[in-house]
Write a protein that binds this ligand. Structure first.
Ligand code: MG
Length: 230
């Protein structure tokens, strides 16, 4: 039976160098207050919760309404675009990511979508910069909810609407790099494969007992076998 593979982006498919530059720029542009993403652990978190963490850590009390979040998302995407164009920020596909996505797109066993803490526009920008944008059905993003566990069900629903058929929960696999990806999978009765290409080494990820764990996506056949066996 066909499986829906829901990929995290940062640390799983891509690695960004100097991503703090556009992020911090968007904070000051949007809120008029300096904030530094390097003061918090952003891994696995959604962008709105990262901003809240940054302000909490700096003891800044601020109410942020929906229109301000939309402004932040727009500023973040624009500043990401500027920095990527200038080369001051780089987004690269992690080893094996492109090959894996290509294999998935060629076969009938899997479909690929995304579940990410990025806003949709910046998610697309990062995937484009990494050369991976063409491989995905529309997924779920921080622009849909700031709570990551809300996102897998939405990505599943969007996929089902696009292809006009349903997928069992157990046939959905989240591929991520943090315990937060696993938590989102568990809360949605989905399977989870974690890879050690983000902040957490594979030994640490195994402690959380995901359904499968790999050091990276480098061995395409090993990843496809792991996904098939879940
Ligand atoms: Mg990640």
């Amino acid at each position: 039976m066909e499986k829906l593979i829901l990929f995290d982006i940062d640390g799983t498919l891509t690695r960004t160098e100097n991503g703090y530059l556009p992020f911090n720029q968007a904070i000051v542009q949007t809120f008029g207050i300096e904030g530094d993403i390097r003061t918090v652990v952003p891994d696995g978190n959604t962008d709105p919760l990262i901003v809240r963490d940054i302000f909490a850590k700096a003891n800044v009390r601020i109410d942020i309404d929906n229109s301000r979040w939309r402004q932040f998302a727009a500023n973040l995407c624009a500043s990401y675009g500027e920095h990527v164009d200038r080369g001051t920020t780089t987004v690269r596909a992690l080893p094996g990511a492109a090959e894996l996505l290509q294999q998935i797109s060629l076969g009938d066993d899997f479909s690929a979508s995304v579940v990410t803490g990025n806003f949709e526009a910046s998610a697309m920008l990062k995937l484009s910069a990494a050369g991976l944008a063409d491989y995905f059905y529309r997924g779920a993003y921080a622009s849909d909810s700031e709570l990551r566990p809300d996102l897998p069900a939405l990505a599943k629903k969007r996929f089902e609407q696009l292809v006009a058929r349903t997928v069992d929960w157990e046939q959905c696999v989240i591929v991520g790099d943090t315990p937060k990806d696993l938590e989102a999978a568990r809360q949605n009765r989905m399977k989870c494969l974690l890879v050690g290409t983000g902040r957490y080494p594979i030994e640490e990820l195994e402690y959380w007992q995901p359904d499968a764990c790999l050091p990276d996506l480098g061995d395409t056949q090993a990843v496809l076998t792991a996904l098939t066996n879940l």
